[in-house]
Design a protein around this ligand. Sequence first.
Ligand code: ADP
Ligand code: MG
Length: 484
Amino acid sequence: MSTLIEGREGQWELVIGLETHAQVTSEAKLFSGASASFGAKPNSHVSFLDAGMPGMLPVINQRCVEAAVMTGIALNAEINLVSIFDRKNYFYPDLPLGYQISQFSDPIVGEGWLDIELDEGSTKRVGITRLHLEQDAGKSLHDQDPFRTFIDLNRAGVGLMEIVTEPDIHSADEAAAYVTKLREILRYLGVCDGNMEEGSLRCDINISVRKPGGALGTRTEIKNVNSIRFMREAIAFEARRQVEIIEDGGDIDQETRLFDPDRGETRSMRSKEDSHDYRYFPDPDLPPLVLDTNYIAEIKSRMPELPDAKRSRFVNELGLTEYDANVIAADKSSAAYFEKAAEKAEPKLVANWVMGEVFGRLNKDGLSIVEANVAPEELAALVVMIQDGKISGRQAKEAFEKMWSEGMGALAVIQELGLEQISDDGAIKEMVASVISANPDKVAEFKAGKTQLLGFFVGQVMKASKGKANPKAVNAILQEILGQ
Ligand code: ADP
Ligand code: MG
């Protein structure tokens, strides 16, 4: 749903296209064997190639190619059997080669699409223009010394997938839903950790405004936004700024801007360069990347079930609500935890417990689902006891607390806490009989018509059982015996 912006002279429509950079989860960099891991001592993961030493030759990392193919398939996109690596030439202190190896005219993945979920349960299709592989740059550190800038090349040459959308996005909500969905898929595939704070997933936001349905306006590009909240703030600010300029009779400069989270505003960084400024040309050190259809089919066969498929299976086969399925399938590990437990217990009840107690405790303890202190099998055992009427929901919650904090199994906790309900008819009948023989006068009153005394008898039996008798069973047996 596009949100229209109210200007002085009527309404304006937002137009957004996103370029997302996703760092490929891989041991090594895109064209060198140096480690691609995050957080190491500065300049400790730098090969001669990454440092731009003369005469070094790039060698493609197959893992990155696989990641691109998998992501392309998940984005319903065309996988190009021949793609080309180009040099994108520019000077930057943290780019020692003097160019970035990227893909320009012939990317590895072509057009596709992604359906995103909006509020009110509606979906919207966002066109994918392309996905290409390229090298990340190093980092300039401006905050280590008052007078000097340092360079850390650990990130130089790490593999990135750049995923570009059509200008199909028309609100901050849609932009947020797109990135959320894309991140979910990348994580399911295991091709990118999706960590926006560490910069392994970051977005360039191309944004313009126009009269609804009119021709596209001039866009600005907001670089490297690394949280969904900042995306929303940047879009709101930039849309407003553009509307004001145009309504004041000005023109939008096509430029690259930066978002400043402290001030909540975007600022001009540089005028936008055109692609011819980069003097792209095919990298003579790299032959065209040629894939064959068997290789693509083989990768496809190894792909995990994707979130949309999982969600609809949870709804159609396991009877979850759309809402529950959305929450649980949003993360692959949560979905796996749920499915493991739901193998042995009623799925809907398991879903309630996962979203309630399990997520609640994880949140409180700052843990992720793989660190849960209650194994899915144990949760299932507890849920089965509720299903069978052996314990009440309230007792199960008490047991769950102890299972979590002491790492005990469901059965052991129930026994130790003495929670197991007595549902055995024989045992309850015995207790009923002794309560009846101890209260002959009340029994007479009951039989004479004072039926509200049933509550008294139930209370006495519950007391005799120390609260462990199943109240439903007690009720039924009392009615049966007293009714005679
Ligand atoms: P470049 O390669 O210079 O960054 P592209 O033409 O490849 O530019 O477009 C980059 C992104 O900008 C794409 O996501 C595209 O959808 C988006 N885009 C293009 N024109 C507009 C526009 N007028 N308003 C908003 N987004 C746009
Ligand atoms: Mg761009």
